[in-house]
Design a protein around this ligand. Structure first.
Ligand SMILES: [Zn+2]
Length: 264
């Protein structure tokens, strides 16, 4: 297991709960073979912190964008601020996390008004999007299909996948990747297990979504990138293969999507 190499394709480390032991968090993720991580951005005021973190720790790449549950903060000037942030730092590898969340907020118009310009920006900058989609698969698919028809749908990943196999197929058909989080380790997540079984080798990523959703055996605790190995173990079992294979496939897929290599 010592030569395993992993990418945590989605995490958040700038929240208060990492303030005291961030150095230890990096020691632990290095010990587990985590070579890169993508830090997702929830709102524009986080960007300076993300930039700083990515320059302190060589593993850190990040996205810039506005989360659907923060959609009310979208302003006319937000698009140009995101464009500038993405263009001025080579550690920015995606736009997001963006998307739709009708579970916690049903103001669909507000969320769509923040989503579309970010999708357009990602296409313009040739960056992938990190999509947060909760209880909103049909609307998200429709928006992506419309962009796709016009020929300007960006590439991207459905992060922390919680949909059905049927929904997954539609996103795969649109060219998106699917990312599995610690939820795949929960025993009752049957539909997600099914998705992890059938997703093509070259179309999935793995993530922790730290500090949320710690995988079994850490369920209920603070999550951190070192735990991404447990996500890999569970997916390996579901796909009747070994963790090394899952690590290799998901590593390559994350590199293909985020193109880290072109940056350094
Ligand atoms: Zn997130």
């Amino acid at each position: 297991m010592s030569d395993i190499q992993l990418i945590d394709s989605h995490c958040h480390l700038i929240f208060e709960n990492f303030e005291k032991d961030i150095e230890d968090v990096f020691l632990r993720l290095r010990a587990k073979g985590v070579k890169k991580l993508v830090h997702a951005c929830c709102e524009l005021t986080e960007i300076p912190k993300l930039k700083k973190l990515s320059h302190e720790f060589k593993e850190v790449y990040y996205s810039v964008g506005l989360h659907p549950l923060e959609a009310k903060k979208w302003k006319l000037s937000s698009k140009s601020l995101l464009r500038r942030s993405a263009q001025e730092d080579r550690r920015v590898v995606a736009i997001g996390e963006l998307g739709l969340d009708f579970f916690k907020n049903e103001d669909k118009t507000q969320q769509i008004d923040a989503l579309i310009p970010q999708m357009e920006l990602a296409y313009e900058l040739e960056l992938p999007v990190i999509i947060h989609c909760r209880d909103a698969a049909n609307s998200m698919i429709e928006i992506c299909k419309n962009l796709s028809k016009k020929g300007n749908c960006p590439k991207g990943v459905l992060h922390c996948w919680t949909g059905t196999p049927k929904e997954m197929k539609q996103f795969l058909d649109l060219g998106f990747y699917i990312s599995f989080s610690g939820i795949v380790t929960f025993s009752k997540a049957h539909e997600i297990h099914e998705c992890a079984k059938i997703v093509p080798n070259d179309r999935y990523l793995i993530e922790t979504d730290s500090p949320f959703l710690a995988p079994v055996p850490y369920r209920g605790k603070r999550n951190e990138p070192a735990f991404v190995e447990h996500v890999a173990h569970f997916i390996a079992d579901l796909r009747s293969t070994d963790s090394i294979t899952i690590a290799k496939e998901s590593f390559k897929n994350a590199e293909d999507l985020f193109k880290f290599d072109l940056l350094s």
